[in-house]
Ligand binder design. Structure first.
Ligand code: GRF
Length: 190
Protein backbone atom coordinates (compact mmCIF):
# COMPACT_ATOMS: atom_id res chain seq x y z
CA UNK A 1 0.00 0.00 0.00
CA UNK A 2 1.23 3.48 -0.83
CA UNK A 3 0.66 6.47 1.40
CA UNK A 4 1.42 10.17 0.90
CA UNK A 5 2.54 12.31 3.83
CA UNK A 6 1.60 16.00 3.74
CA UNK A 7 3.63 18.33 5.97
CA UNK A 8 4.52 22.01 6.25
CA UNK A 9 7.36 22.12 8.73
CA UNK A 10 9.85 20.16 10.73
CA UNK A 11 8.56 16.70 9.93
CA UNK A 12 9.19 14.73 13.12
CA UNK A 13 5.99 12.77 12.48
CA UNK A 14 7.16 12.06 8.93
CA UNK A 15 10.39 10.66 10.41
CA UNK A 16 8.48 8.55 12.94
CA UNK A 17 6.37 7.04 10.14
CA UNK A 18 9.35 6.49 7.86
CA UNK A 19 11.42 4.90 10.66
CA UNK A 20 8.54 2.66 11.60
CA UNK A 21 8.41 1.43 7.98
CA UNK A 22 12.17 0.81 8.04
CA UNK A 23 11.77 -1.25 11.23
CA UNK A 24 8.99 -3.18 9.44
CA UNK A 25 6.48 -2.28 12.14
CA UNK A 26 4.40 -0.36 9.63
CA UNK A 27 3.61 -2.24 6.46
CA UNK A 28 3.35 0.35 3.69
CA UNK A 29 5.41 2.62 1.49
CA UNK A 30 5.60 6.42 1.53
CA UNK A 31 5.45 7.10 -2.19
CA UNK A 32 5.23 10.89 -1.93
CA UNK A 33 5.77 13.76 0.48
CA UNK A 34 3.74 16.88 -0.28
CA UNK A 35 4.83 20.19 1.22
CA UNK A 36 3.44 23.70 0.81
CA UNK A 37 6.63 25.36 2.13
CA UNK A 38 9.51 24.84 -0.29
CA UNK A 39 12.12 25.45 2.45
CA UNK A 40 10.60 23.22 5.13
CA UNK A 41 12.92 20.79 6.92
CA UNK A 42 10.66 17.85 6.09
CA UNK A 43 11.74 17.99 2.44
CA UNK A 44 15.38 17.26 3.22
CA UNK A 45 14.33 14.46 5.57
CA UNK A 46 12.21 12.87 2.82
CA UNK A 47 14.95 13.17 0.20
CA UNK A 48 17.43 11.56 2.61
CA UNK A 49 15.06 8.60 2.85
CA UNK A 50 14.86 8.45 -0.94
CA UNK A 51 11.24 9.58 -1.06
CA UNK A 52 9.90 11.71 -3.89
CA UNK A 53 8.69 15.14 -2.83
CA UNK A 54 6.36 17.70 -4.32
CA UNK A 55 7.02 21.11 -2.79
CA UNK A 56 4.90 23.98 -4.01
CA UNK A 57 4.15 27.57 -3.15
CA UNK A 58 0.40 28.18 -3.06
CA UNK A 59 1.04 31.74 -4.24
CA UNK A 60 2.21 30.37 -7.59
CA UNK A 61 -1.31 29.09 -8.30
CA UNK A 62 -4.45 30.99 -9.26
CA UNK A 63 -6.53 29.13 -6.70
CA UNK A 64 -6.57 26.35 -4.11
CA UNK A 65 -8.45 24.23 -6.67
CA UNK A 66 -5.50 24.55 -9.07
CA UNK A 67 -2.84 23.31 -6.67
CA UNK A 68 -5.10 20.65 -5.19
CA UNK A 69 -5.74 19.31 -8.72
CA UNK A 70 -2.00 18.99 -9.18
CA UNK A 71 -1.66 17.25 -5.80
CA UNK A 72 -4.47 14.81 -6.67
CA UNK A 73 -2.89 13.94 -9.99
CA UNK A 74 0.51 13.35 -8.31
CA UNK A 75 -1.14 11.12 -5.67
CA UNK A 76 -3.05 9.16 -8.33
CA UNK A 77 0.16 8.71 -10.36
CA UNK A 78 1.77 7.20 -7.26
CA UNK A 79 -1.24 5.00 -6.54
CA UNK A 80 -1.73 6.52 -3.09
CA UNK A 81 -4.40 4.77 -0.96
CA UNK A 82 -4.14 6.92 2.16
CA UNK A 83 -3.21 10.56 2.68
CA UNK A 84 -1.57 11.26 6.03
CA UNK A 85 -1.48 14.88 7.17
CA UNK A 86 1.40 15.43 9.58
CA UNK A 87 1.65 19.10 10.43
CA UNK A 88 0.18 20.23 7.08
CA UNK A 89 -1.05 23.72 7.88
CA UNK A 90 -3.81 24.06 5.27
CA UNK A 91 -7.50 23.32 5.27
CA UNK A 92 -8.33 20.91 2.47
CA UNK A 93 -10.92 21.72 -0.14
CA UNK A 94 -13.36 19.60 -2.15
CA UNK A 95 -10.86 18.77 -4.89
CA UNK A 96 -8.77 16.71 -2.49
CA UNK A 97 -11.56 15.62 -0.14
CA UNK A 98 -13.73 14.30 -2.99
CA UNK A 99 -10.82 12.51 -4.65
CA UNK A 100 -9.97 10.67 -1.40
CA UNK A 101 -13.21 10.27 0.58
CA UNK A 102 -12.49 8.91 4.08
CA UNK A 103 -8.91 8.31 3.02
CA UNK A 104 -7.35 11.40 4.54
CA UNK A 105 -6.32 11.49 8.20
CA UNK A 106 -4.72 14.11 10.44
CA UNK A 107 -2.98 14.24 13.80
CA UNK A 108 -3.73 17.10 16.18
CA UNK A 109 -2.02 17.89 19.50
CA UNK A 110 -5.13 18.12 21.68
CA UNK A 111 -8.02 15.99 22.86
CA UNK A 112 -10.52 17.04 20.19
CA UNK A 113 -13.01 18.62 20.05
CA UNK A 114 -11.11 20.86 22.48
CA UNK A 115 -8.48 23.31 21.25
CA UNK A 116 -8.80 23.15 17.47
CA UNK A 117 -6.49 25.18 15.24
CA UNK A 118 -3.09 26.70 15.80
CA UNK A 119 -1.02 26.34 18.98
CA UNK A 120 -3.38 23.80 20.51
CA UNK A 121 -0.87 23.09 23.27
CA UNK A 122 -0.61 26.79 24.17
CA UNK A 123 -4.41 27.05 24.17
CA UNK A 124 -4.67 24.07 26.53
CA UNK A 125 -2.00 25.46 28.87
CA UNK A 126 -3.71 28.87 28.95
CA UNK A 127 -7.01 27.18 29.80
CA UNK A 128 -5.34 25.30 32.64
CA UNK A 129 -6.46 21.79 31.72
CA UNK A 130 -5.01 18.95 33.75
CA UNK A 131 -5.29 16.30 31.06
CA UNK A 132 -3.90 16.82 27.58
CA UNK A 133 -3.41 14.54 24.62
CA UNK A 134 -3.29 13.74 20.95
CA UNK A 135 -6.08 12.98 18.48
CA UNK A 136 -6.03 11.27 15.11
CA UNK A 137 -9.08 11.93 12.98
CA UNK A 138 -10.53 11.77 9.50
CA UNK A 139 -10.32 15.05 7.61
CA UNK A 140 -13.31 16.99 6.38
CA UNK A 141 -13.99 20.61 5.40
CA UNK A 142 -13.83 21.81 8.98
CA UNK A 143 -10.47 22.50 10.63
CA UNK A 144 -9.59 19.57 12.94
CA UNK A 145 -13.22 18.55 12.57
CA UNK A 146 -13.68 15.01 11.17
CA UNK A 147 -14.58 11.79 13.00
CA UNK A 148 -12.08 10.77 15.66
CA UNK A 149 -10.13 7.56 15.05
CA UNK A 150 -7.85 7.43 18.11
CA UNK A 151 -6.87 9.52 21.11
CA UNK A 152 -4.27 9.25 23.84
CA UNK A 153 -4.17 11.39 26.95
CA UNK A 154 -1.68 12.20 29.68
CA UNK A 155 -1.86 14.03 33.00
CA UNK A 156 -0.40 17.52 33.24
CA UNK A 157 1.16 18.63 36.49
CA UNK A 158 1.84 22.28 37.34
CA UNK A 159 5.61 21.84 37.26
CA UNK A 160 5.70 20.97 33.54
CA UNK A 161 7.00 23.65 31.15
CA UNK A 162 5.53 24.14 27.69
CA UNK A 163 8.67 22.56 26.18
CA UNK A 164 8.24 19.47 28.36
CA UNK A 165 4.57 19.21 27.42
CA UNK A 166 5.42 19.56 23.73
CA UNK A 167 8.04 16.83 24.08
CA UNK A 168 5.46 14.54 25.71
CA UNK A 169 2.95 15.27 22.93
CA UNK A 170 5.52 14.43 20.27
CA UNK A 171 6.55 11.26 22.06
CA UNK A 172 2.93 10.09 22.01
CA UNK A 173 2.38 11.18 18.40
CA UNK A 174 5.43 9.32 17.14
CA UNK A 175 4.19 6.02 18.57
CA UNK A 176 0.46 6.46 17.99
CA UNK A 177 0.45 7.68 14.36
CA UNK A 178 2.39 4.75 12.80
CA UNK A 179 0.26 2.28 14.84
CA UNK A 180 -3.02 3.84 13.72
CA UNK A 181 -1.91 4.02 10.08
CA UNK A 182 -0.98 0.35 10.18
CA UNK A 183 -4.32 -0.60 11.73
CA UNK A 184 -6.27 1.45 9.18
CA UNK A 185 -4.41 -0.09 6.25
CA UNK A 186 -4.85 -3.61 7.62
CA UNK A 187 -8.46 -3.36 8.75
CA UNK A 188 -9.66 -1.09 5.98
CA UNK A 189 -10.64 2.53 6.09
CA UNK A 190 -14.07 3.71 7.23
C1 GRF B 1 2.37 17.92 15.36
O1 GRF B 1 2.38 18.27 16.71
C2 GRF B 1 0.98 17.62 14.89
O2 GRF B 1 0.13 17.18 15.90
C3 GRF B 1 0.50 18.97 14.40
O3 GRF B 1 1.64 19.58 13.84
C4 GRF B 1 2.80 19.08 14.48
C5 GRF B 1 3.75 18.68 13.40
O4 GRF B 1 5.03 18.40 13.90
N1 GRF B 1 -0.59 18.81 13.47
P1 GRF B 1 6.13 17.76 12.96
O5 GRF B 1 6.32 18.68 11.77
O6 GRF B 1 5.66 16.39 12.55
O7 GRF B 1 7.38 17.70 13.80
Amino acid sequence: MNIAVFASGYGSNFTAISDSIKRKELDCNISLVICDKPNAAVIEKALKDGIETFAFNPKDYKSKKDYEEEIVSKCKEKDVSLIVLAGYMRILDSTLLDAYPNKIINIHPSLLPAFKGKDAIGQAIDYGVKVMGVSIHYVNHEMDGGAIIAQKSFDVTDDLTKDQIEAKVHEIEHVLYPKVINKLLKEGLK
